[in-house]
Design a binder for this molecule. Structure first.
Ligand code: AP5
Ligand code: MG
Ligand code: ZN
Length: 225
């Protein structure tokens, strides 16, 4: 783990449409900052794999590209924020994604006498989002993501990090991807204005090499990461 630089931000939200690169960047940057990445999509997929009540409830929504109800998500986040590692900070990936979720987060942080440091929105064209999602391959075990063309694993079909066979996510079929993009526009895009009004929003270009996007993020969060 890298040492946290003086003044580096530690309570971050990554916002952006499906395929924007939130997960790709959150996993690396959170590691550099020494805080956990908290990805509601990953948490839900783990619950689906484990076959828990939460997983069974979430699966229908996720397969259809619809949002899981706010109360379920807020309960999940409340529990996650209570774990000791989240005291140092977090990088939220895929949460919040509705106004009620953002309001619930404000309350949860207030109870802990904390505030968000920054909300970073990734801007990527729709054509590029479609290209990324339809070519994405994911590790069902450690949740790493790859792309058949732009970020292939060292051995075809095998996760670099843990050696598991890669899969295509059920919601990465083109029709479902289009639906997820519409859901983003309707329910999540209003959060840009919500955070802009609070002076918390920074938008970054999400296109270009993964490393170049990461360099921009490092500058935004500051500190010697
Ligand atoms: P979730 O898992 O959060 O999916 P998402 O928001 O649709 O976002 P993705 O994971 O698809 O995209 P990403 O931005 O992480 O992109 P990635 O880094 O993988 O949610 C899934 C479902 O769970 C939702 O539909 C909903 O049902 C439910 N859910 C989750 N959270 C919820 C909430 N808060 N409320 C309600 N429901 C919720 O990158 C994509 C691809 O592009 C990869 O192949 C990657 O290798 C590649 N790539 C990344 N960066 C680059 C680059 N710079 N250049 C080229 N390729 C790149
Ligand atoms: Mg993701
Ligand atoms: Zn893996």
């Amino acid at each position: 783990m890298a040492t946290e630089g003086a003044g580096a931000m530690s309570r971050l939200v990554f916002l952006g449409p499906p395929g924007a690169g939130k997960g790709t960047q959150a996993r690396e940057l959170s590691h550099e900052l020494g805080v956990p990445p908290i990805a509601t999509g990953d948490m839900l997929r783990e619950a689906v794999t484990a076959g828990t009540a939460l997983g069974r409830q979430a699966k229908t929504y996720m397969d259809g590209g619809m949002l899981v109800p706010d109360d379920v998500i807020v309960g999940l986040i409340a529990e996650r924020l209570s774990q000791p590692d989240a005291k140092r900070g977090f990088v939220f990936d895929g949460f919040p994604r509705t106004i009620p979720q953002a309001e619930a987060l404000d309350e949860l942080l207030q109870e802990r006498a904390q505030t968000l440091d920054r909300v970073i929105s990734f801007e990527v064209s729709e054509a590029e989002l479609l290209r990324r999602l339809t070519g994405r391959r994911s590790c069902p075990v450690c949740q790493s993501t790859y792309h058949v063309i732009s970020a292939p694993p060292r051995r075809e079909g095998i996760c670099d990090r843990c050696g598991s066979p890669l899969i295509q996510r059920d919601d990465d079929r083109e029709a479902t991807v289009r639906h997820r993009l519409n859901v983003y526009a309707e329910h999540t895009r209003p959060l840009l204005e919500y955070y802009r009004r609070r002076g918390l929003l920074t938008t970054v270009p999400g296109e270009g090499p993964i490393e170049a996007v990461r360099a921009v993020l490092r500058r935004v969060v500051g500190g010697a990461v």
